[in-house]
Design a protein around this ligand. Structure first.
Ligand SMILES: [Zn+2]
Length: 218
């Protein structure tokens, strides 16, 4: 038997608990837990149930005490945790498919919309209407259903934005290593970057480097 250890690709640590929430809507922020999809610079911050729950707590999808309840409930049930994680990624990618179509001003395919409605109908079975600060909202209690508590608010955010927001303001960050989705709420409707200090600056540095290269050639 060989004693040489198998080389393992070492991933940079997940930033699920510290990612910037700049999408302007919970549903877009959820899609922004992955960046540069389909390229060599692809980064995935949701890698398992633990990192999913880190983000859920970070994005305040539910109270920390509810997150603790879910972690405790699923701690001895890796299969259920894996299943919940798989459903979360499925939901995230279908919201992303819808968002990128909107950002590119293409018609949104019917399939992800149908799947989103079906997910909402499923989650709603476990929701309760409760009064909060003068109006009613849907409340998803993990003690009723764990998956609905994790994904119900995100699905609802996606549906609400599709029905109520000015979708022409959906943007995808122009950063080469990014592609995050966000709502452009600027007056002139010309925001290009998820964050100027991150992707905007990166593009500036790249452009300056290209100019230097051109100057040296010339
Ligand atoms: Zn960006």
């Amino acid at each position: 038997m060989s004693t040489i250890p198998r080389t393992k690709t070492v991933l940079p640590p997940s930033r699920a608990s510290s990612l910037d929430l700049v999408g302007g809507e919970l549903a877009w922020d959820f899609t922004n837990t992955s960046s540069a999809r389909g390229s060599a610079a692809h980064q995935e911050h949701l890698r398992d149930f633990d990192t999913l729950m880190q983000w859920i707590e970070h994005a305040r999808v539910m109270a920390p005490s509810d997150c603790a309840y879910i972690r405790a409930q699923l701690s001895g049930h890796p299969r259920r945790a894996r299943q919940a994680f798989a459903r979360a990624i499925e939901l995230r990618e279908l919201i992303w498919t819808i968002g990128t179509a909107l950002a590119e001003q293409r018609p949104v395919p019917a399939r992800p919309l149908d799947l989103l409605s079906a997910a909402h109908a499923e989650h709603l079975r476990h929701a309760e209407m409760r009064m909060r600060m003068g109006s009613y909202i849907w409340v998803f209690d993990p003690r009723r259903d764990i998956e609905a508590a994790i994904l119900g608010p995100i699905t609802l955010s996606a549906l609400t934005l599709l029905m109520e927001k000015d979708l022409l303001r959906t943007r995808r960050c122009a950063g080469q290593e990014c592609g995050w989705l966000f709502f452009d709420t600027t007056k002139n409707n010309r925001r290009r970057w998820c964050e100027m200090r991150v992707c905007g600056n990166r593009a500036k540095v790249r452009a300056a480097r290209d100019r230097q290269k051109q100057a040296r050639k010339g």
